[in-house]
Write a protein that binds this ligand. Structure first.
Ligand code: F0G
Length: 352
């Protein structure tokens, strides 16, 4: 088998990429669509996980970043800037390094998961902590890039980010042979739901898929502006990736919901953590807390009948669980070490 060539090569005819471009890639995309037998059983549906944590930097952001950084470089930009709850900064840092340009990231002070910070550090990004939340960081990034033209803003307000991320919908249809009935995913700044809907509608328009999914966008209850219908001033959730009160792609997310006969839902931190543990503990897939939102939303939507039995459902799990070891290990009881002795192992296992 030839190796997966990266999403720009795989979908070049559907992306705004010049023939003579230098493509900045880490061979992102081509992620597995894994059947979820336990979720399928408890929902009486056919459930799949689109495992985006298997991208090069461990999140779906790499799909947008290969496009955004390639576009920036081919337009002569020498630096990229983003606001981030962590994953965008990790991805921007890696792709900027690959391109040989500078990367600076604005992150909310003390509110990003450890693994993501480690990535930005290791890829050599200029890390700027801001006394504010993600929404403050994004406003700052927009102002800074508007003033200094040589710096490219690589948040999902950059249209090339959406172009790259729409390829996840292509991949799903390419595997299933059609669109799922329902597509569930977490929503923070709302770029990804925008991108998926663009991908699905383009494939539908061109006859590649005869159907469209209903989009189920799931927010954390403490950061659920789209569910409330109004921005949230002080968003709060354990799922720091989606701790966002004023999504930039608000209108596009509402359009995706309305045009698809979809729904926005909120999941409490308790429900998010339940789904987080279920995906790891029952399906063998370790995702970060925010990434469990789609599954939490599916369980609730199935319970109240919005999702019918027998539906084919894809849940995008957006980021790798290794990014946030603190949440994984929180509340783990202290366990005493045993002596180097097989009997002690048997005792510990309760088989003696
Ligand atoms: N899941 C994860 C793991 C994320 O990191 C994000 C967004 C989302 C879901 C939501 O996607 O913003 O397109 O609606 N993370 C951004 C960041 C904000 O800075 O890494 P969205």
């Amino acid at each position: 088998h030839r190796q997966w060539p990266g999403l720009i090569e795989a979908y070049r005819d559907r992306l705004p990429v010049g023939d003579d471009w230098r493509v900045v890639t880490l061979l992102e995309g081509g992620t597995p669509l894994i059947a979820a037998p336990h979720l399928s059983e408890i929902t009486d549906c056919e459930v799949y996980l689109k495992v985006e944590g298997l991208n090069p930097t461990g999140s779906f952001k790499d799909r947008g970043m290969t496009m955004a950084v390639s576009t920036a470089v081919n337009n002569g930009k020498t630096a990229v800037l983003c606001a981030s709850t962590g994953n965008t900064s990790a991805s921007a840092a890696a792709y900027a390094t690959r391109a040989g340009i500078t990367c600076a990231v604005l992150i909310p002070e003390g509110k990003i998961a450890m693994g993501k910070l480690a990535q930005a550090v290791m890829h050599g990004a200029k890390i700027i902590q801001v006394q504010g939340n993600f929404d403050d960081c994004l406003e700052l990034a927009r102002k800074a890039t508007a003033e200094f033209g040589e710096i490219e803003l690589v948040n999902s307000v950059n249209p090339s980010r959406i172009e790259g991320q729409k390829t996840a919908a292509f991949e799903i249809v390419d595997v299933l042979g059609r669109a799922p009935d329902v597509h569930a995913l977490p929503v923070g700044n709302a770029g990804n739901i925008t991108a998926y809907w663009k991908g699905y509608t383009e494939y539908h328009r061109d006859g590649v898929s005869s159907t469209l999914p209903r989009m189920l966008g799931v927010q954390a209850a403490g950061a659920a502006p789209l569910v409330n219908g109004a921005p949230v001033k002080e968003p709060e959730t354990i799922a720091t990736a989606i701790r966002i009160g004023s999504p930039a792609s608000w209108n596009q997310a509402v359009a995706a919901k309305d045009e698809s006969s979809g729904q926005f839902r909120a999941a409490t931190d308790e429900k998010l953590l339940e789904a987080y543990r279920l995906i790891a503990g029952r399906e063998g897939v370790f995702v970060e807390p925010a990434s469990a939102a789609g599954v939490a939303g599916l369980l609730a939507a199935r319970a109240d009948g919005w999702v019918a039995a027998g539906s084919t459902v894809v849940c995008t799990v957006t980021g790798n669980g290794l990014k946030d070891p603190d949440t994984a290990l929180a509340g783990m009881p202290e366990v005493e070490a045993i002596p180097v002795d097989p009997v002690a192992v048997a005792d510990a296992l309760g088989v003696r």
